[in-house]
Each structure stands twice: as structure tokens, then as C-alpha cells.
Design a protein around this ligand. Structure first.
Ligand code: COA
Length: 340
């Protein structure tokens, strides 16, 4: 699909509250040594009791909007990748649109009168959400080349952690990231291509309950399946295979070799997974950016969080070819090719 797709602003926001491996040692039978060796994770940021993920989505969105030098009234689409929305309805996208409109217009008027035809949509591709979002943005731009899309990836995994399940709850953290995508604009990145996939046969490998699958009544106690449950070892295998194959497929489609890539940013799930993917692509260590030691697995937000930090550290810079790759519940996966 030949669509001009420019990313012109990027912003991230993470909660201040930090949950360290040492904190986890106090509430479950685990150790810093086990967690670091098996995953590479040292800390994760989690929301406070009085916070919601839309608060962080808002802060990330404001940074992206400011960097893109646009106003909220120019936005035509608010797309939010999340598998942990604060409510099943309204969508985080609508909550976010209201927060942005209130800050833009001092709460005096309804947003619909400012952004006629505004599209607000949450979508769930789990940890592949940001890459799926790039695919969605590209499709919306093909429908309307004048669209200005706010793509947000925001997750509050900490509220879906069963801290009695040591093999899963050590992995995840909360974060939000946002970017502005349009066909014009002063691009930080150009989306050259994106490719996504899914296979529902493996739907039970990672699951987050708490939907409408069970009849519940006021006063019922929460059961384990309200939380995120995962068959970690199986997921590990498919994650390596999925991210490596999709990235190679995308490179091949664009007549590129792995050595043509300047920077590789994979979903920040586990350092050992990223390392296994890196080996399959035969990429040198210095071309692979990771920051999961600080944030853990922030699901859909992880790639945009890594992009922002790589840029801040001068690792992601102008003139590069970048491959993003993700994998998540569903199972879903996807890879994207960007030029900076
Ligand atoms: N602390 C200490 N021991 C732990 C532990 C913890 N937090 N979690 C599990 N263990 C124990 C297990 O009970 C098991 O003990 P046993 O051998 O006595 O039965 C042992 O460690 C090995 O468990 P296993 O599950 O085989 O470990 P692993 O090497 O596969 O690592 C994961 C577990 C979850 C870290 C790993 O499988 C993984 O990262 N999978 C991918 C998950 C993921 O990234 N999901 C998101 C994709 S988007």
C-alpha cells in the first residue's frame, strides 16, 4: 500500500511509583537474581491507587501533540491500543479526547463542535498494539489523506496482576506512549511498511479475564482468572519465532537484509526473547535497543517507550532504518519498517 505515513511527534509517560525486584521479594517467593537472570527486569513502574491509565495516556498525548506542533482541534482520529482499559466502556480514546479537549478549550465547549467527525477507538492487539496501530493509521490515511491521527498505546497491567502468581506478575508494568501520524508534517519518522498477523488457535496461552464471560453478582469474590494468566514457556517459543519470522518477511518484502537495519526495537517482554530474536536475525548487540530492565513488559506501550528513550539517548537518530517488532496475546504479532 503506497500511503504517505509520517510520524511527527512522540511522547511517553510512566507512573512515578516504582516496584523493584526487592519489593517483590517481600511479597512472594522470588529473588532479584532469578528475575534478572530469567528476564532482565529490575524495576517496573505502576500506577498509584488513585490513578488511571488515561491520566498517562493524556500526558503522553500532550507531549506528542506539542512536538508535532499541532492543536487538538486538528486531530481527526484518536486510536488507543490497550488490553487494559480502565472501563470496558467508554473507551480510553473517548476519555482521552475529553481530557485533551478540556485542556485545549478550558472545558467550555463540547469537543464534537471543535472536531466534527472525530473518530475515537480503542483496539486490542495486546502487546502487538502499537504495530497494529501503525497498520490502522496507514489504513485510515488511505481512506482520508487529510487525517491527523493521534495513536496512543497505554497499558495498566499492574491492575491485572495476581501477585500470588510469581511466574507472571514479576514481568509487567504500566506506561503510555503516543505519536501523531499524518500524510504531511515535519516527519520524525516515515513509515515505510508494516506487516501484522494473528493466530487464534493459541488464544489460551495468554489470557486476561474480567470481561463478560462469567455471570457475576455484587458481592462475588474475584477468582484467579480475573487476572492475567500465561503459559510462559510456550509463549516464549512463539514470541521468538513470531518476531523473527515477521521481521525477516518484512525485510525481504522491502528488498533489505538484516545488515541494512540501523536499529532494531522489539517488544520489551524478556531480554532472553529479544536476544534469541537478535540471533535469528544475526544482528549485532549494538543495533538492538532495550529498556525493559527499568519498565518490565508494558505491553502495547513498550515499543513506543523504547523508541522515545532510544531517541533521548541519541541511539535513534536521523538517517536510520529502524525495524520494530512485537508479539502478544491472541496470539498477535507484527513488524514495521521506519526511516528516521
Ligand atoms: N521466582 C523464582 N522462581 C520462579 C519464579 C519467580 N518469579 N517464577 C517461576 N519460578 C520457578 C518455577 O516455579 C519453576 O520451578 P520448578 O522448576 O521447581 O518447577 C522454575 O522457576 C522454572 O520455571 P519456568 O516457568 O520454566 O521458567 P522460565 O525459564 O520459562 O521463565 C518466564 C519463566 C515467565 C520468565 C519465561 O517463560 C518467559 O518470559 N516467558 C515469556 C513470557 C512473556 O514474555 N510473555 C509476554 C509475551 S507478550
Amino acid at each position: 500500500m503506497n500511503v504517505n505515513c509520517h510520524i511527527s511527534g512522540l511522547g511517553v509517560s510512566v507512573p512515578d511509583k516504582i516496584l523493584t525486584n526487592q519489593d517483590l521479594e517481600k511479597i512472594m517467593d522470588t529473588s532479584d537474581e532469578w528475575i534478572v537472570t530469567r528476564t532482565g527486569i529490575k524495576t517496573r513502574h505502576i500506577v498509584k491507587d488513585n490513578e488511571n491509565i488515561s491520566d498517562y495516556a493524556f500526558l503522553a498525548a500532550v507531549k506528542a501533540i506539542e512536538e508535532a506542533q499541532i492543536s487538538f482541534s486538528e486531530i481527526t482520529h484518536v486510536l488507543v491500543a490497550t488490553c487494559t482499559p480502565e472501563t470496558l466502556s467508554p473507551s480510553v480514546a473517548c476519555v482521552l479526547a475529553e481530557k485533551l479537549a478540556l485542556s485545549a478549550y478550558s472545558g467550555l465547549q463540547l469537543i464534537s463542535s471543535h472536531n466534527p467527525g472525530l473518530v475515537c477507538l480503542d483496539f486490542n492487539a495486546a502487546c502487538s498494539g502499537f504495530v497494529y496501530g501503525l497498520e490502522l493509521a496507514r489504513a485510515f490515511l488511505a481512506l482520508n489523506p487529510h487525517a491527523t491521527i493521534l495513536l496512543v498505546a497505554a497499558e495498566c497491567l499492574s491492575r491485572k496482576m495476581n501477585y500470588q502468581d510469581r511466574s507472571t506478575s514479576i514481568l509487567f508494568g504500566d506506561a503510555a506512549g503516543a505519536c501523531i501520524i499524518s500524510a504531511k508534517g515535519n516527519a520524525l519518522f516515515r513509515l515505510l511498511d508494516v506487516s501484522v498477523g494473528a493466530d487464534g488457535d493459541y488464544k489460551d496461552l495468554i489470557r486476561i479475564g474480567g470481561g463478560t464471560d462469567k455471570k457475576v453478582q455484587v458481592g462475588d469474590t474475584i477468582s484467579e482468572d480475573f487476572f492475567l494468566t500465561m503459559q510462559g514457556r510456550e509463549v516464549f517459543k512463539y514470541a521468538v519465532r513470531g518476531m523473527a519470522q515477521e521481521s525477516l518477511k518484512l525485510l525481504h518484502k522491502n528488498a533489505l537484509q538484516a545488515e541494512d537495519i540501523d536499529l532494531f526495537i522489539a517488544h520489551q517482554a524478556n531480554l532472553r526473547i529479544i536476544d534469541a530474536v537478535r540471533e535469528r536475525l544475526q544482528l549485532p548487540q549494538e543495533k538492538v535497543f532495550t529498556n525493559l530492565d527499568k519498565y518490565g513488559n508494558t505491553s502495547a506501550a513498550s515499543i513506543v517507550l523504547a523508541m522515545a528513550e532510544a531517541r533521548e539517548q541519541g541511539i535513534l537518530k536521523k538517517g536510520q532504518k529502524i525495524v520494530l517488532t512485537a508479539f502478544g496475546a491472541g496470539l498477535t504479532w507484527g513488524s514495521a519498517l521506519l526511516a528516521s
